[in-house]
Write a protein that binds this ligand. Structure first.
Ligand code: NAD
Ligand code: ZN
Length: 369
């Protein structure tokens, strides 16, 4: 069976395109009393961006904190906050939920838009196609590029038991606003880590057994853009512009194309291990991927070689010796989290992956990190 997958139906791209958000939302505002919910990364609470958000008096603006990656508990709390706000008015659902930030804030917006129309806790829906009712109209606006969360059909959440996304066609954004100006002030190390998420998506997709012409076309373009962004100098052909600004445009498109590539294939060994690092040790996805990828020469020799060149060029120092002092119980949990992700292992190593990857092998990899 071929997957019939849903893509984002409305996309706006370009420097300054964020200024059109008010017009885009105006078409979705149902009547005078109705409202929009803005979930915005609190890193912007004191920034110039704050003044540019088209919030109306009746709207609900919530600054979200992503020091920890999104948890089901936090999603439930935010959803309840919106419900309380609804009850203080006409009790109608909001006209839309708008997420502004990196992958974490965008995922929170996706999750809240789903949970407003589906009963229970978000933890009940971690898995594949468990969502029954369409979400509230939702918009994603990235301020970091690399995760591909803007195009994916998942919102990645850590729940009481596991780190697993709510994967469904309803999860996909109805609209995304890709404005490269919004990513231009991200801290250099964070930009690198999130950018490497995209690079690793491409390596894992292009070297996976699920690869097909669709994923290859998107993955090859995305990896080429990553190379231009992270390896070229300004003096090189296809290198960044004088002020470096076009590298933001390229990185934003790389993230989108990388997301499209894995949408029709899968990620691999690095992502499986990174989920374990994130669940037990709390590392954010981008940095967790970088930590794991550096030890995966055995699986992705060329990718790891090129990744090290990028790290060197951008003077990145990764956290090391993570396993020192870690309890055996935690190590076992990391292995559990990684092993649950069967499609990732199968994509990376083929249907016989269970013969290649054992608990011992994963432990050994973690212990080297
Ligand atoms: P992030 O959203 O976790 O943000 C990392 C840090 O950067 C945070 O402190 C944030 O406040 C800050 N930040 C964001 N934009 C900024 C800006 N422009 N300037 C300054 N600081 C800024 O980082 P991320 O790498 O974009 O996202 C990682 C998250 O995305 C994880 O929760 C991961 O699970 C999720 N993810 C989701 C998907 C998906 O398909 N849904 C795919 C991959 C990863
Ligand atoms: Zn990723």
């Amino acid at each position: 069976m071929f997957r019939n997958f849903k893509v984002v139906p409305h996309i706006i791209f370009g420097r300054g395109s964020f200024n059109q958000l008010d017009d885009i939302l105006a078409e979705k505002r149902k009547d005078v009393g109705s409202f929009m919910v803005f979930l915005i990364d609190d890193v912007f609470s004191e920034s110039g961006l704050k003044e540019r958000i088209p919030v109306k008096d009746q709207d609900l603006l919530i600054w979200v904190n992503v020091n920890d990656e999104p948890k089901t508990k936090y999603v439930d709390k935010l959803t309840n906050k919106v419900r309380t706000y609804m009850e203080s008015g006409s009790n109608d659902l909001p006209d839309g939920v708008i997420g502004i930030g990196g992958g974490s804030a965008m995922d929170l917006a996706k999750a809240v838009s789903l949970m407003l129309t589906n009963p229970g806790s978000s933890a009940d829906y971690q898995g594949w196609d468990l969502i029954k009712n369409p979400a509230v109209y939702h918009v994603g606006i990235p301020t970091l590029s690399g995760t591909g969360a803007e195009v994916s059909r998942t919102t990645v959440l850590s729940g009481p038991e596991k780190k697993l996304g709510i994967n469904s066609d309803y999860t996909v954004f109805d609209q995304i606003v890709l404005d490269p100006e919004l990513i231009s002030n991200a801290p250099a190390d964070q930009r690198f880590y999130t950018g490497m998420d995209c690079y690793i998506h491409c390596v894992e997709s292009l070297n996976g057994t699920y690869l097909n012409a669709f994923s290859k076309a998107y993955g090859e373009k995305a990896i080429e853009l990553c190379r231009e962004v992270f390896l070229k100098d300004r003096s090189d052909k296809n290198g960044p512009d004088k002020d470096g600004s076009d590298s933001d445009d390229k990185l934003m498109m790389a993230s989108y194309f990388g997301g499209m590539s894995i949408a029709y294939s899968q990620v691999g060994v690095c992502h499986a291990l990174s989920y374990g690092l994130s669940f037990v040790l709390g590392f954010h996805h981008g940095v967790g991927n970088c930590i794991a990828f550096d030890y995966l020469e055995e699986y992705y020799p060329e990718g790891v070689y090129e990744f090290r060149k990028m790290m060197k060029k951008h003077k990145i120092d990764l956290p090391r010796n993570l396993a020192a002092g870690i309890e055996n119980k935690e190590l076992e949990k990391m292995v559990d989290v990684a092993l649950v992700l069967e499609p990732l292992w199968e994509n990376a190593l083929g249907t016989g992956w269970k013969k290649i990857i054992t608990r011992e092998k994963i432990k050994e990899l973690y212990q080297r990190m």
